[in-house]
Design a protein around this ligand. Structure first.
Ligand SMILES: Nc1ncnc2c1ncn2[C@@H]1O[C@H](COP(=O)(O)OP(=O)(O)O)[C@@H](O)[C@H]1O
Ligand SMILES: [Mg+2]
Length: 263
């Protein structure tokens, strides 16, 4: 009884994807599809392979595809450079955004936009950045600070949403955008995501916990463990995870449950 919408064609299709890093198998047959304009949640315990899937979709050179396929709008992404994938409308927000001392936020955003083959008049660009920062409750002084340099965890996450709002990708993969946020920051960031996606952006939101999904309602939920998808369905999966954790799903998938207490 999933809440799959039959209307939109699948934009991102991952089929039986196998990925290795330094010769070690990390993803062992991941399949999922995200139709244009839908929000899908990707959940799962630590080490499930969620971040690796995001990197593989974006073409990170360390994440070597050893089998399966990744299609974006019916075109294979395999063998394509990350910058070309970005130009085709894909965006990945990082679980751990990197600081680039020496590069201001404004210059970073301008370069990212240019990298996508888009440009705006200087005045319009600055106005856009200023507006987006304001709606994410970021002080304008962040514009001239070096990107992510000495930003708090929450400021980095807000900055990712500013990037999303300026770059306007067709599909955004948001990796643990909720981690380290207090409840007010979580709401601000979630509202930012809802605002930018209102014009039809597809979103794959990677999260360990259900709480951001109280604000961003997913059309479908996928649960990963041990390098593959062990369950896909509607938001009832989120409720199950909130209630019982991942263990029952892991057992049902024939996976070992690690009973060690979380560090
Ligand atoms: N660059 C890497 N080098 C070595 N191992 C990696 C690398 N990236 C991921 N892994 C391993 O792949 C598995 C999945 O990691 P990850 O994708 O980060 O999981 P998740 O995001 O679900 O917590 C883990 O065992 C992790 O140690
Ligand atoms: Mg991760």
């Amino acid at each position: 009884m999933s809440e799959t919408s039959a209307s939109a064609p699948a934009a991102l299709v991952v089929r039986d994807l196998q990925v290795a890093v330094d010769g070690k198998q990390i993803l062992s047959g991941v399949s999922l599809s995200v139709p244009q304009g839908e929000v899908h949640a990707l959940m799962g315990p630590n080490g499930a392979g969620k971040t690796s899937l995001g990197y593989a979709v974006m073409g990170h050179p360390k994440y070597q595809v050893t089998g399966g396929e990744i299609f974006w709008k019916d075109q294979t992404l395999l063998g394509m450079l990350p910058e070309n994938r970005a130009r085709m409308g894909l965006f990945l927000s990082l679980q751990y955004p990197t600081a680039i001392p020496g590069v201001t936020t404004v210059n970073f955003l301008r370069a990212a936009l240019k990298g996508q083959g888009k440009s705006l008049a200087a005045r319009d660009f600055l106005k856009l950045v200023r507006e987006q920062m304001a709606s994410l409750k970021m002080d304008p002084s962040f514009m001239s600070r070096y990107i992510n340099d000495n930003f708090s965890g929450g400021e980095k996450k807000r900055m990712e949403i500013v990037q999303l709002a300026v770059l306007r990708p067709e599909m955004a993969i948001l990796d643990e955008t909720d981690s380290g946020l207090d409840v007010d920051a979580l709401r601000t960031v979630a509202e930012g995501v809802n605002r930018v996606r209102s014009d039809g952006m597809g979103v794959l939101i990677i999260t360990h916990y259900q709480r951001i999904l109280d604000y961003i309602k997913p059309d479908q939920v996928h649960v990963m463990a041990a390098g593959r998808v062990i369950a896909s369905g509607g938001s009832e999966l989120v409720d199950q995870i909130e209630k019982d954790g991942y263990d029952p799903m892991l057992r049902a998938a024939g996976l070992e449950v690690n009973d060690a207490p979380a560090a």
